[in-house]
Design a protein around this ligand. Structure first.
Ligand SMILES: Cc1cc2nc3c(=O)[nH]c(=O)nc-3n(C[C@H](O)[C@H](O)[C@H](O)COP(=O)(O)OP(=O)(O)OC[C@H]3O[C@@H](n4cnc5c(N)ncnc54)[C@H](O)[C@@H]3O)c2cc1C
Length: 334
């Protein structure tokens, strides 16, 4: 005896079985903090997650990833051609999964990292889907919050696309995940390498090495601006304070453009977007493009000799005075 499902039941059952595909980056055999934040955002979509890991570390990382709460399956492709996440290589693999009806994907999510920003537009264009970039909140499976105009306006947007594609602003979601309590870990599936006509080749990378905590994930950030004058003064004034507080160093765009520090330390609209527990803005005026990168910090401490500086409107603690007097005194007293 067969029972015919009403269209409402069919919609409901297909809804129940749809999945979120989460593209995750690894650092060695661990997920990057931005990927952990992406998983937390993915869990809020409330659909079983299919994790995708690519590159030579993928197989080793998969056994850890498959234990994370919410992950139903982990797809693995460990060909070394995926090592640097070249979008020309990775996109054919992702679009193949999205188009494969056996995976029943209704959402695609990835970190809004340099890698994610490279991949999402290409995947979306090939699939002819409008993506939503840098979401800061998940309302439901197709409604999200994101900011625009350098963080001056907050949008709530709903996607009606067949596959909802989003990238995740990592500072807006926690980067700790729960492990699956039961011994029932998600299934690990090895995928075939997808042949493609990738004409791009990875040549080299030149990363600045630093003994300081990572700017994107550090709980405390000490940022300097134009008032720091030059590279030597920037380092002499900020490093001792950062070392005492185990803090990362950040900078305004002017400080970067003037060569006070490496451009990977720029905070703002065209730099890193961060939300540490404590953010020190030292000799920074608080232009909207800078605020766009740090205004979600839990506590903002501003030190500026101009009491009219816009940064004070956003600061929880404001010190009006000369940074060359206040910062050494503060460093000594901590
Ligand atoms: C498209 C676009 C994108 C941009 N993206 C970014 C971005 O990502 N990040 C970013 O930071 N900027 C960005 N900018 C630049 C931004 O508009 C500002 O020019 C920049 O943030 C200013 O840097 P600043 O605060 O260090 O310098 P200033 O605005 O010159 O401020 C220096 C401050 O130091 C104070 N000061 C000087 N001497 C002392 C002293 N001895 N003691 C105490 N205080 C002192 C001054 O009172 C002043 O408030 C962008 C601009 C554009 C147009």
């Amino acid at each position: 005896m067969f029972a015919l499902l009403s269209s409402r039941q069919i919609v409901r059952s297909s809804y129940r079985f749809k999945h979120t595909l989460a593209f995750l980056e690894t650092n060695g055999t661990n997920l990057t903090p931005a990927s952990l934040s992406t998983l937390n955002a993915a869990n809020l979509i409330k659909k079983p997650i299919i994790a995708l890991l690519v590159g030579p570390n993928a197989t080793d990382a998969a056994s850890n990833v498959s234990k994370i709460e919410g992950i139903r399956k982990t797809l693995v492709q460990n060909d070394e051609r995926y090592e640097h996440y070249l979008p020309e290589q990775v996109t054919p693999l992702i679009t193949n999964i999205l188009k494969d009806s056996k995976f029943e994907i209704s959402s695609f999510i990835l970190p809004a990292s340099a890698v994610g920003k490279n991949i999402l537009p290409r995947v979306a264009a090939i699939m002819d889907i409008q993506p939503l970039s840098e979401i800061t909140k998940v309302i439901d499976s197709n409604t999200f919050v994101r900011s625009t105009y350098a963080g001056n306006a907050i949008l709530t947007v709903k996607s009606n696309e067949p596959i909802v594609m989003t990238s995740v602003r990592s500072s807006s979601f926690p980067s700790n995940v729960n492990l699956n309590e039961s011994s029932n870990n998600g299934e690990i599936i090895n995928l075939e390498y997808i042949e493609n006509d990738c004409k791009t080749k990875w040549i080299s990378e030149n990363l600045t090495k630093s003994d300081k905590p990572d700017l994107s994930t550090s709980k405390i950030v000490i940022s300097g601006g134009r008032a720091l004058k030059d590279k030597e003064t920037f380092e002499k004034l900020l490093n001792p304070l950062a070392d005492k507080l185990h803090a990362a160093i950040g900078a305004s765009r002017v400080a970067v453009d003037e060569g006070f520090c490496d451009n990977s330390l720029q905070v703002g609209q065209t730099g890193k977007i961060i939300a540490p527990e404590i953010y020190f803005a030292i000799g920074i005026s608080g232009a909207i493009q800078h605020l766009a990168g740090m205004k979600d910090s839990k506590i903002i401490v501003a030190i500026n000799k101009d009491e009219e500086a816009p940064i004070f409107k956003n600061a929880d603690i404001g010190l009006v005075g000369d940074i060359f007097e206040i910062v050494p005194e503060l460093t000594e007293k901590i």
